[in-house]
Write a protein that binds this ligand. Structure first.
Ligand code: PEP
Ligand code: MN
Length: 309
């Protein structure tokens, strides 16, 4: 059993209409429903580096079946000497990519003073792992009111993550999407970059009715690990994925940020297909059971159905 938390605005106890285990209160952003029947694949470059790079990746993501476009223009870089992002110019490029592809935009805000600016372009405002406990920032995005994608701090517990979301909810903004992106354990970059905490994803989905998505890219650190981590997350029934994409044939060493972990559009298309088949599976014989059925019963039914297939 998961220890009881005091009732929070972001926990199930405050949403009696979503009392059923794993039922989700959807978030609507730019015409896309996160937390509906189909997992939403959000894809795009780590960083907006140029108009050409972003438009070409956005078109490829659209073609591969992604339903939202990601891309950072204010980048939280470990070193102050690293490329910090294109700022407002990058937001303009994202807006152009949205106009052309129809994909809503997810982009990060780092500074409470820039919430208005970033929010005026973004369909979903991302709060990054390093900012999860920037309380003034959380308060500001809560006040601003646009949907928020709240990444888990890589050193944060599940409770700290929920309390971070509570800051957003306290501002009156309930349009919150949680995103697990890996935590620091023993990963040292040799074969992964962070430890994707799928057990916490499962626990969180019980505790909150808000959508929970997974970012396999920042956990993997290497492109070849991304598809399997994405598949593992999908098998838990997550509401979406956040994935970094590079241009086919790109020289990864020249990509300004996270070049090693970006997958190519063909790999993205396979992940989208997997997300769709997982959703079909859940709509069919494995559809969620009625609210009075126990979680254990649900898991057992699922195993029985899988064995039958
Ligand atoms: C990102 O998604 O662009 C990013 C910076 O990720 P994280 O905050 O999880 O490190
Ligand atoms: Mn990145």
């Amino acid at each position: 059993m998961i220890p009881a938390l005091p009732p929070l605005r972001v926990t199930r106890s405050s949403h009696p209409e979503y009392a059923a285990p794993f039922s989700t209160r959807p978030v609507m952003a730019g015409g896309v429903t996160v937390g509906g029947e189909r997992p939403v694949v959000i894809a795009g470059p780590c960083t907006v580096e140029s108009r050409e790079q972003t438009l070409s990746i956005a078109r490829a993501c659209k073609k591969a079946g992604a339903r939202m476009l990601r891309g950072g223009t204010f980048k939280p870089r470990t070193s102050p000497y690293s490329f910090q992002g294109m700022g407002k110019e990058g937001l303009e490029i994202l807006a152009e990519a949205r106009a052309e592809t129809g994909l809503p935009i997810v982009t990060e805000v780092l500074d409470p003073r820039l919430v208005e600016l970033v929010g005026s372009y973004a369909d979903v405002i991302q709060v990054g792992s390093r900012s999860m406990q920037n309380f003034p920032l959380l308060t500001e995005v809560g006040r601003y009111g646009k949907p928020v994608l709240l990444k888990r701090g890589f050193g944060a517990t599940l409770e700290e993550w929920l309390y971070a979301a509570e800051y957003v909810a306290l501002g009156g903004n309930m349009e919150i999407i949680f995103c697990e992106r890996g935590i620091r354990t023993f990963a040292n970059g040799a074969y992964d970059r962070a430890t994707l905490d799928l057990a916490a994803v499962h626990a969180l989905r019980r505790l909150t009715p808000f959508p929970v998505i997974v970012d396999p890219s920042h956990a993997a650190g290497h492109a070849d690990l991304v598809p399997d981590l994405a598949a593992a997350a999908l098998s838990l029934g997550v509401d979406g994925l956040l994935i970094e994409v590079v241009q086919p044939g790109a020289d990864r060493t020249k990509v300004k940020c996270d070049g090693e972990q970006g997958i190519v559009p063909d790999e993205l298309a396979s992940i989208v297909a997997r997300a769709e088949s997982e959703a079909a599976l859940r709509r069919g014989p494995l559809a969620p059971v009625a609210s009075n059925d126990s979680d254990d019963g649900r898991a057992k039914n699922r195993r029985v159905e899988l064995v039958k297939q």
